[in-house]
Write a protein that binds this ligand. Structure first.
Ligand SMILES: [Ca+2]
Ligand SMILES: [Ca+2]
Length: 122
């Protein structure tokens, strides 16, 4: 029963979020369907944040010439031109938000989250 109630609330919140997102027409279009999904598994979560942190460490801390490569259009989530700790932090903050608000951890919802929190322009 508790699971059913939780799932029903999650569905209602998802629909409400979708309705809200419809008012922000450019959010997902501007930032693509893959923003934050660094490993291309259709979810924005701690795995993506970990890859960004690994990239940052290898490039900026260890100065490894053969560092891992990441798709910049996905990994530079705040669109400041660099892949940094802040991008990973935004992903982790979104994941926490998604879990507490029962919304899917997808790039589309991540783009909405970033615009709603003033990280990206509408
Ligand atoms: Ca991912
Ligand atoms: Ca960035």
């Amino acid at each position: 029963m508790k699971h059913f109630f939780k799932k029903t609330i999650a569905t209602i919140l998802s629909v409400a979020t979708l309705a809200t997102a419809a008012v922000i027409p450019n959010a997902s279009a501007m930032y693509s369907w893959t923003l934050g999904d660094v490993n291309d598994d259709n979810y924005v979560n701690e795995t993506d944040a970990r890859l960004i942190l690994r990239y940052y460490t290898e490039v900026y801390v260890a100065h490894k010439p053969n560092h891992i490569s990441l798709p910049k259009s996905r990994a530079d989530v705040n669109k400041d031109g660099a892949i940094t700790i802040e991008d990973a932090q935004l992903i982790l903050m979104f994941e926490d938000y998604a879990e507490t608000h029962y919304i899917p951890k997808t790039s589309w919802f991540f783009a909405i989250y970033l615009t709603d929190h003033g990280v990206l322009p509408i």
